[in-house]
Each structure stands twice: as C-alpha cells, then as structure tokens.
Design a protein around this ligand. Sequence first.
Ligand SMILES: [Zn+2]
Length: 234
Amino acid sequence: MNFDWEPLTQGVWRARLPFLDVTVGLVAGDSDVLLVDCGTTLAEARALDADVHVLTGRPVGQIVLTHNHFDHVLGSAHFTAAQIHCAPEVAETLSHGTAHLRADAVAYGADPVEVDETILALRPPRPGTCPATIDLGGRTVTVSHPGRGHTDHDLIVVVSGRRTVVFCGDLVEESGDPAIDEHSDVTAWPSTLDVLLDAAGPDGLLVPGHGAVVDADFVRRQQQWLVAWRAARQ
Ligand SMILES: [Zn+2]
C-alpha cells in the first residue's frame, strides 16, 4: 500500500496524503467505487489508484471533486475512465483556470514538472446535477452543496449507514485553522456548517479536507471560531 487508509465504516476509508495532509475519501459499493478528491499530481493519483485496487478489487468509477483548489482536483487527470461529479466552478477552473492552479500548487511546494505533466493530462469534466445520488451497488451516497463557506461552491458527500460519514472538503479543517481567502464567505460559513451537523447526526463522523476525523463538538467550535474571526474584522 502506498498510503495509510483509515477505515471509517464498512467499505468506507480515508487517506491523508503526505503532501499538505489533504484527505482522499473512498467509498466502495457492490458494483462501483467512489473517490472524494484526488490529490495534486499524477504520481499521487496513480498511487491512490493502485491502493484502491488492493482495497476494493475495483477501479475508481466515480469521483467527487469538493471544490476548485489544486490539492483536491488536479489528480483527477489520472482517472480518465471515471465519472466526475463537480460544481460548474470546478469544471470552469479545470478548463480555463489551470495557470492559477499551477501557480498555487507550485507556491505550496509541488514539483513544477509534475504539475505541468498533470495539467497536460487533464480532461475537464462536465458539471453534474446537484444534489445528486450516486448508486454504488447496495449503497448510495449523496452529493450536495450545503451553502457558501470555504468557497462559493463546496460540495459534501454523505454516506449513510449505522454511523453516517460526511466528507466535508475544506468546509472543515482540523490540521490548521479554516482556510479563508477572497472567495470565502465567512458570514454564511457557520450556518453552512449547521447543514453538515444535521447530515452527520449526533454520532456521525465528519471528515475534514485536512486533518483528523472530527465530531460534532469540533465543528461547533469551528463555527464559534468563524463567528469570532468575522466579528474581529467588523
Ligand atoms: Zn480548499
């Protein structure tokens, strides 16, 4: 195995990639396999693909890209046979925003040659319907936009079961403070997190875009942090 895969519930795992501690989620059904985000480079994506074969015996058939930041989307270049689910903003970025993706990736320490190879291999996806239900055989997952926050188009993936798992993208971060830039909406973000809390229920597992799996109390503390961040700038 190339990465440490943390089992969350039956047929559901996540890996924390060494580069930027970004989360990749994996959900296996009886007939199909879904990845949540793909890392930054073809090399990372190939290593993910190999691990998925070992864990599930299947190729990746479905991919959800949570938002248009390089560390979540560029690895999708490797998975040419997979159906990609993403917001229109992600499709737009992968079509016309690759210079910006490259600049960000290199600024964060990615190898420029690897990033260029990855961008050359990209095939921009068509945005899917949202919310969407994806049937993996014997289990379904839902993909939805809970509201504005880290970006204006973040998607979450909810896997229901005895213990619900919510892949939060960068709406939740554990290994650092929430990442805020000019595309974030800090006013809306706390109520967007209410939607995640409702989806997870009291015992659900919330998987951040970066960092360890958290519970509802952690997300409530992050709501308070965001409210305080905004209040300090008014
Ligand atoms: Zn992000």
